[in-house]
Design a protein around this ligand. Structure first.
Ligand SMILES: NCCCC[C@H](NC(=O)[C@@H](N)CC(=O)O)C(=O)O
Length: 526
């Protein structure tokens, strides 16, 4: 093979970096899809499989169990020892096998008794959940490896954006994909993980090449290879005794416990509380599905939108003010035309529970990079976490105690904004508090704690829902009454209140410890 003597590596090429980002983000897309798509199927799981709300909650809650007891730490250690290629394959594979077991369990492959079906599906979800979180850490590491020194914050936001897209599409389309049945929707979601594992295999080829190039460069320049530090328990102790890290880790638990579990129940809440539907009227509103008459139009809009976006991203030095204005104009016009031409479809979508709820993660794809950019340029990360926690409280109050659909929409919007603000401010702040070589340990610790909150509320909302509606369960199952979601959602207000408290403590600790969380990226406190 010819030796590259240019001194450049594949990560110095913009095009190759973005190809790598797409290849790696595939696994984020499919695992987030599988994590969240059950939310659109809750009604169907009750009517087809006979699951209660508690059983639905148990099924999604158990996804976190292995992670609560150290699976992510084990994954982190394996990642340190074997590298991200093997760890990605191993944990991506585990997620895929778990997903297949869920699909087989739901089809009655292991037995048609309800408890056998539920337990085998739970087993599959536990395996899937163990893979999911380590996959998230592997993807973050891969993005850092290729984008450090380049567009790291943007790449991270886009990587999480792929995950959110998976969540949104999984929620919105699973009922249509299943065509009234649970198993086809699960099989589709499991197949997605398999397909994106193939994308990861292609990524491995790129990764091997980069490693060889870097090794060659280092040998040529007589440089030592940059060693990443392995996971150490002493690091963990150091981390949790750092008050800023402790507050941000606890905030990660309470904030995400108020969001991810809610998303699993949001479509069902909209159906039961505000009279939304689970299904669209026959043959209408599915413009996004392949083969529909509007598919061509949609693709034209998507193409133009990408063109505008790409043009606006050309560095300002190489672009005139008029060019910049033109790019924004293209984006705005395409957006307006798309919304206008899809108005009939959209009004149908806004009466459908899963599709309306999917707008929460969909909105974050746009807003997270915008807030991320604000944090990079202006700082104020701790203050934005306070604001995000406040919006979380507003969202849950307006979706629980009031019975007004407009307030309900406002609640969903503020939840979407909070879900963009806090992650955009939180994850770069962790990188300010923790030294880069300890970031792997920091993420693994935060995700482990986070899984305790998630597990509790994934299950807890379903269990409290059954409990609060105990007198009417028979009538609800017979379709004569609706679930009352007031108490389960009101519980989540507590998550918002504790989050505000923690973000204030974080801001105060940062003033003392001087990590510069309120300052723009790269600026250090005096
Ligand atoms: N660079 C870190 C990105 C984390 C994004 C964050 N994901 C999580 O918190 C995961 N533990 C959740 C999961 O995988 O289910 C997010 O905002 O999605």
């Amino acid at each position: 093979m010819k030796k590259d003597t240019s001194g450049k590596t594949w990560k110095d090429s913009v095009a190759l970096r973005w190809v790598v980002l797409i290849l790696v983000s595939g696994l984020m897309f499919s695992t987030y899809w599988f994590q969240d798509f059950f939310s659109g199927l809750k009604g169907l799981m009750e009517s087809e499989l006979g699951f209660t709300s508690e059983e639905f909650g148990r099924l999604i809650g158990f996804t976190t169990i292995a992670n609560m007891f150290g699976m992510i730490i084990v994954g982190g250690i394996i990642l340190d020892k074997w590298g991200l290629r093997l760890a990605g394959l191993l944990f991506g594979g585990l997620a895929a096998v778990g997903a297949v077991i869920v699909a087989l369990g739901s089809a009655g492959f292991f037995g048609e008794d309800k408890s056998v079906m539920l337990n085998t599906m739970i087993l599959g979800r536990i395996m899937f959940g163990s893979g999911l979180e380590v996959v998230c850490v592997v993807c973050t590491r891969a993005v850092v490896k290729w984008f450090k020194g380049y567009e790291l914050a943007l790449a991270m936001a886009i990587n999480v954006g792929f995950g959110r897209l998976g969540t949104a599409l999984g929620m919105a389309l699973s009922v249509d994909i299943g065509k009234g049945f649970v198993t086809p929707a699960i099989s589709f979601a499991a197949t997605l993980i398999g397909l994106t594992l193939i994308m990861f295999l292609i990524y491995i080829v790129f990764d091997i090449k980069l490693d060889r190039q870097v090794k060659g460069q280092n040998a040529g320049n007589n440089l030592e290879e940059e060693e990443e530090e392995d996971f150490r328990f002493s690091d963990l102790i150091k981390l949790i005794t750092n008050s800023s890290f402790l507050y941000i880790a606890l905030l990660c638990v309470t904030f995400y416990a108020g969001v991810f579990p809610f998303i699993q129940y949001a479509p069902d809440l909209l159906v039961n509380k505000f009279g939304f539907s689970y299904n669209l009227p026959e043959g209408q509103g599915n413009f996004i599905l392949f083969g529909s008459t509007n598919f061509g139009n949609t693709m034209v809009y998507v193409g133009l939108f990408i063109f505008g976006l790409a043009f606006s991203m050309i560095p300002s030095k190489r672009k005139t003010a008029a060019g910049k204005m033109l790019a924004y104009l293209v984006i705005f016009a395409v957006f307006y035309a798309a919304i206008y031409s899809m108005r009939d479809t959209l009004s149908l979508w806004l009466q459908n529970g899963p599709k309306t709820a999917s707008l929460i993660p969909l909105g974050t794809i746009l807003f997270t990079p915008i807030f991320g950019n604000y944090v990079d340029k202006k700082g104020k990360a701790a203050s934005l976490m306070i604001l995000g926690s406040f919006l979380l409280i507003f969202a849950h109050i307006s979706l629980s105690v009031f019975n007004n659909v407009i307030l309900g929409y406002l609640g969903l919007v503020s939840l979407g904004v909070a879900f963009s603000l806090v992650p955009a401010a939180m994850w770069p702040s962790v990188a300010k508090i923790v030294a880069e070589k300890r970031l792997g340990t920091a993420y693994a610790t935060m995700f482990t704690l986070q899984n305790w909150g998630l597990g509790l509320f994934f299950w807890g909302i379903g269990a409290v829902l059954d409990l609060a509606n105990k007198q009417n369960l028979e009538a609800i199952r017979a379709g004569e009454m609706m679930y009352d979601y007031t108490i389960p959602v009101l519980m989540l207000v507590v998550c918002g209140v504790v989050s505000i408290f923690l973000s204030f403590l974080l801001k105060k600790a940062d003033r003392r410890q001087k990590y510069g969380l309120e300052l723009p990226s790269g600026q250090k406190p005096e």
